[in-house]
Design a protein around this ligand. Structure first.
Ligand code: AMP
Length: 130
């Protein structure tokens, strides 16, 4: 079985320059930009430039160079936003929704970097939810 990538998804169009984004960082293999509907004071999306649908797709098929670049891009975004715990920031949450049960809307791998306020428990209705 192979991964099917829809090259008409909105992030593919951003990568092709067909629609704009508010860019935070661009590296050889990655792009970070502000989410159009932020759910926290800081809400940045980090995507690989390659055609990967989900995190597992990327982890299984991306090159070592792409994986290193992407991982470091996420770290650099955390540094740029000033959100690193123990480094003057208050911390953050990374989320990568994948597939139907992960409730993924855009079928191009993205990690949400959320920060800037206490973010509450991980999942509504999950462990320790008041
Ligand atoms: P997900 O449900 O994890 O697939 O999240 C997709 C995210 O993409 C949502 O948080 C949207 O607000 C965001 N989004 C959709 N279109 C755009 C866009 N043109 N620019 C920036 N963010 C977008």
């Amino acid at each position: 079985m192979s991964y099917a990538y829809d090259d008409q998804n909105v992030f593919a169009r951003i990568l092709r320059g067909e629609i704009p984004c508010t860019k935070v960082l661009e590296t050889e293999h990655s792009l970070a930009f502000r989410d159009i509907a932020p759910q926290a004071p800081e809400h940045v999306l980090v995507i690989p430039k390659g055609a990967y649908v989900t995190f597992d797709h990327f982890a299984n098929e991306a090159s070592d160079a792409e994986i290193a670049d992407y991982t470091r891009a996420i770290g650099t975004v955390c540094e740029m936003l000033g959100i690193r715990p123990g480094m003057g920031g208050g911390g953050y949450r990374l989320i990568s929704n994948s597939g139907r049960e992960g409730v993924q809307d855009v079928p191009h791998l993205h990690v949400h970097v959320l920060a800037g306020k206490p973010l509450g428990r991980m999942l509504p209705g999950g462990k320790d939810t008041p």
